[in-house]
Design a protein around this ligand. Structure first.
Ligand SMILES: Cc1cc2nc3c(=O)[nH]c(=O)nc-3n(C[C@H](O)[C@H](O)[C@H](O)COP(=O)(O)OP(=O)(O)OC[C@H]3O[C@@H](n4cnc5c(N)ncnc54)[C@H](O)[C@@H]3O)c2cc1C
Length: 222
């Protein structure tokens, strides 16, 4: 498995791929005949220390090798190897690549985009930086958080509130915190959860007691 460049959709999806492949080969009884390698441009299994430690340990436990800081330059399909810009080579029999992720050409043509064709977006209000009558949600936004469905889910509430304020001429008070969470399938019917936002690094479980969680807890305690 090789991640060609960041950002890409769903930061844990390639990890899930190798975890599920590992479980599949084990189930088939051929695990010891297959070497699984996770090749990434990041400095480790994930972006920040706590989740990297947890996910690296899981890769190690499952005997999946990791090659960090690998910036894919080319695929030599004749000789079955991938090459990095700094001259590293990794051989393969079967290669799965996460391709370069970019925004749509249409975003570029519209004048909304940055140099990756993602729409330039205020990370708190979710308003376009260039057009005050446009708000942005989902992977198309150039927010400094994950390209994940969960981000769009959490952003939707903020966007709705600010959008209504904008069209009614009121100040935009809702502030998006970059909240993302990722459920990670780790094989054998098991999974893990990491939770993070702009300020809190990805941590296992659910990090802050969010308003709704707190309400639920209080209801249960009563
Ligand atoms: C393998 C994988 C696993 C994932 N797992 C998770 C997960 O477990 N949890 C999670 O939260 N997220 C996950 N994600 C990420 C999640 O799928 C995306 O973040 C989410 O789909 C983004 O939604 P979106 O509506 O912004 O964009 P998209 O889902 O990409 O939708 C964009 C739509 O616009 C259409 N479109 C594009 N150009 C045009 C055009 N010019 N005109 C008209 N239509 C156009 C496209 O066809 C597409 O239907 C995963 C992603 C992948 C690839």
């Amino acid at each position: 498995m090789c991640i060609s460049e960041i950002p890409y959709k769903c930061p844990v999806a390639p990890l899930e791929f190798v975890f599920l492949a590992e479980a599949y080969f084990t189930k088939k009884g051929i695990r010891e005949k297959v070497k699984i390698t996770y090749v990434t441009p990041m400095s480790g299994a994930f972006t920040k220390p706590v989740a990297t430690k947890m996910l690296s340990a899981l890769l190690e436990e499952k005997n999946i090798s990791i090659i960090p800081e690998f910036y894919l330059e080319s695929v030599d399909n004749d000789n079955k190897k991938i090459l990095s810009y700094d001259g590293q080579e990794v051989p393969f029999d079967i290669l799965t690549i996460v391709p370069v992720n970019m925004g749509n050409e249409m975003v570029k043509r519209s004048g909304l985009g940055d140099d990756m064709n993602y729409a330039k977006t205020d990370k708190y209000t979710l308003q376009s930086k260039d057009f005050e009558n446009i708000f942005v949600i989902g992977d198309a936004a150039n927010l400094p958080t994950s390209k994940a469905g969960s981000v769009a889910h959490f952003a939707a509430e903020i966007l709705t509130e600010n959008f209504l304020s904008a069209i009614e001429g009121r100040p935009m008070k809702a502030k998006f915190d970059g909240h993302a969470n990722c459920y990670i399938e780790t094989g054998y019917g098991k999974g893990a959860l990491i939770d993070f936002n702009y300020d809190t690094e990805p941590l296992p479980g659910t990090f802050p007691l969010l308003g709704s969680d707190l309400l639920v807890c209080l209801k249960i305690l009563r």
